[in-house]
Design a protein around this ligand. Sequence first.
Ligand SMILES: Cc1cc2nc3c(=O)[nH]c(=O)nc-3n(C[C@H](O)[C@H](O)[C@H](O)COP(=O)(O)OP(=O)(O)OC[C@H]3O[C@@H](n4cnc5c(N)ncnc54)[C@H](O)[C@@H]3O)c2cc1C
Length: 517
Amino acid sequence: MATDRFQVGPIVVLGAGINGAAIARELTLQGAEVLLVDAEDVAGGTTSYSSRLIHGGLRYLEYAEISLVRESLTERDRLLRLAPELVRPLELVIPVGNRLSGLISGAQRFFFKSGAAPKDGRGSLVVRLGLTLYDRFASGAVPGHRRLSSAQFAESGLSTSKFFTAFSYFDGQLTFPEQFALSLVQDAQAAAKEQGGAFSLRTYQHVRREAETLFFSSIHPNHGAGEIAVTPAAVINAAGPWVDTALAGLNVPSNKLIGGTKGSHLITRAPDLCKTIGPRGVYAEASDGRPIFILPWNNACLIGTTDIRYDGDPADAVADQEEIDYLIDATNAIFPDVGLTRDDIQQHYCGVRPLPAAGEGATSSITRSHVVHRHSGSPFPLYSIIGGKLTTCRSLAEGVVKAVLPDLGHEVARNSRERPLPPPNFGETPADAPLLPDLDVPIAHASYAIEHLAAKTLADLVERRLMIVFDPKLSRSCLRVLAEQLATAGWLDQAQIDAEVDHYVHRLQERYGKRVS
Ligand SMILES: Cc1cc2nc3c(=O)[nH]c(=O)nc-3n(C[C@H](O)[C@H](O)[C@H](O)COP(=O)(O)OP(=O)(O)OC[C@H]3O[C@@H](n4cnc5c(N)ncnc54)[C@H](O)[C@@H]3O)c2cc1C
C-alpha cells in the first residue's frame, strides 16, 4: 500500500558524479531523506573528463540504438530549454569524402552490431540519412541539418584532398559538467526544503557495512576522526566506473558489472586551429574510423577522443603519448594547413567510461544505454547504475526513482521534467571584490565554495568549483592564496601550505600535462 509521506528512512546515493547528483535531486523532489556520499568530491570522476557534449549521439543510430538516440535528443532539447546558462547550442560540421561508402558496413552494424568502420569514412548518403533521422527524432529546439555551400566548404579549412563536401547540424555543449553536477546538488538542497524532505552531502568518505548498517568516516587527511552510522532504506550505487569497487566495499557479492574504456582529450590554443574552426565544431573520423571531435571550447579547442579498454583504477587514467599523437595526427589529417604539434598542446585529460562489462569486440559497439541493476543478497534494497551519459542524467534519475520508490511502498509524486536548473550560486560578490592573483576570479568565490559547496582541497577548488584548471594564467601564487583559504577554514595546516602547493603542481603536471610556475 503506497503511503503519502516518506517515513522509510534515508536513501543513500553512493557517488556524486552527474548521475548520482541527478538521482539525489530527483529523490529530494519526492520528499525523501537523501544522503549523497562520495569517496572523493562532487564530479570527482568521469563527469569531469568527457567531451562535454549534450548530444543525441548520431553515431549510435548505426548500432540501431534508436530509443537511446530518441531519449538523448529529448533530454538535449530539454536541457537547452531548462538550463540555458549551462547548456548552449553548438553547430557541428561533418566533412565527407565520397558518396556511397559505409552503406554495407553501416547495415552490418545496424542489423548485427558488428563490422568495422568503413575505410574511406562514411559517405554523404549515410551521413545524410543519419542526420535526417536525427532531425526527425528531435523537437526542433535547434536548426535542422544542411549541406554547406561550396563557398562555405572552401573557406572551412577542411582537407580538400580528403573531403568534397560537409554537412552542418546542431547539438548542445555543456562547458563545465563539473558545475552542472554542483547545480544539481544545490537544487537537491532546494527541493528538499520545498518538499519537506532532507538532503545532505558528504565527500571524502570511506564506507563500511555491518549487517544492515553503513558506517561513514572521513578520509580527508585533516578530518579523519569519527564515524556516522546510517541504516538506509535503500542504497543506490552511482559510483560510475567504480561501481564494482563500491560493491566490494559494501561486501555485497556481484558479477563484474563495469568494463570501462578510457578516452582522452587535448586542449590547445593553437591560433591557426582555433581560427580555422571558429564557432563551429567538427565531427569527423580518424584513419581507423573512430569519431573525432574538434570543438571550440572555453576560449580554446578541445580535441577528443580515444576509446581503449581499461582495467586499472579510473583515478589513475592519464592520456598517454600514443593517444596524444593519434589525436594530433587525426586533427592534421582533417585540417592539413594547421600543422598541430605536441608543443601546441597546453594540457590533456582522460576519463573512464562506465560501460557495461562486455566480451571481446570493438569498444565502439558496446552499448551506451544505461541499466538500473537491482541486486539480490543485500540486507537493504540495493541498485547499481551501469552506464549513463551526461546527456541522459536527468532521465536516468527519473528511471531510478521509478524503480526504487515502488520497492519502498511509495508512488512517484513528481519529476524534474519541467524544473529549471540554474548555474551554481557562488554568493553575492561586490564588483570591486579582490581577485585571485593573475585571474579574473574573486577570492570570495573560493571562500564561498569552501564554506557552502563542500570544497576541501586544492583540486576541488581548481578543477571542480572555480574551473581555473583550464586557465593558462593559473599560477603558483594563485594556488598559494587558495591554499591559505583552505587553511583558514581548517582543511589544511598553515605549516603544510607550501608542500600542498608543490604537491598540487606535481598533480597538474602528471594528470593534465599542465605546467604551472
Ligand atoms: C572520454 C569520454 C567522453 C565522454 N563524452 C560524453 C559526452 O560528450 N556527452 C555525454 O553525454 N557523455 C559523455 N561521456 C560519458 C559521461 O561522461 C559519463 O557517462 C558520466 O560522466 C558518468 O557519470 P557518473 O556520475 O555515472 O560517474 P562519475 O562521474 O565517475 O561519478 C562517480 C563518482 O563516484 C565516486 N565514487 C567512487 N567510488 C565510490 C565509493 N566507493 N563510494 C562513493 N563514491 C564513490 C567518484 O569519486 C565519483 O565522483 C563521456 C565519457 C568519457 C570517458
